[in-house]
Design a protein around this ligand. Structure first.
Ligand SMILES: [Zn+2]
Length: 103
């Protein structure tokens, strides 16, 4: 069964918040987060009346398999855009630090 994309996204946000609270900035790693993400299990239930439809018992999302992957894709996309911005910032930050050190 597919995981509910909405609940998974919410769960990820919770994991990130907790991780950032508990882990010092220099010890954080993306792989650690991905490992935690892998443990998320919020499987949807199949609708017995319409076999290609899934329902989430937690948030009530009702969608076909295609819609589920579509929602997941869109949510990931949003996530990635935020990450990229963050990386740009980090790059700028470490560059300016380096420049300061050189001057
Ligand atoms: Zn859900």
């Amino acid at each position: 069964m597919p995981n509910c994309p909405e609940c998974t996204a919410r769960e990820k946000k919770k994991i990130i918040t907790k991780y950032e609270e508990e882990t010092a900035e220099e010890e954080r790693g993306r792989d650690d987060l991905f490992k935690l993400f892998d443990e998320i299990e919020i499987p949807m239930k199949i609708d017995p009346a319409r076999k290609n439809n899934f329902i989430c018992k937690r948030c009530g999302l009702y969608a076909t398999r295609e819609q589920v992957s579509d929602i997941r894709y869109k949510l990931n996309q949003r996530e990635r855009t935020r990450d990229d911005k963050h990386d740009d910032y980090l790059e700028w930050w470490s560059k300016s630090k380096k420049e300061k050190a050189e001057n």
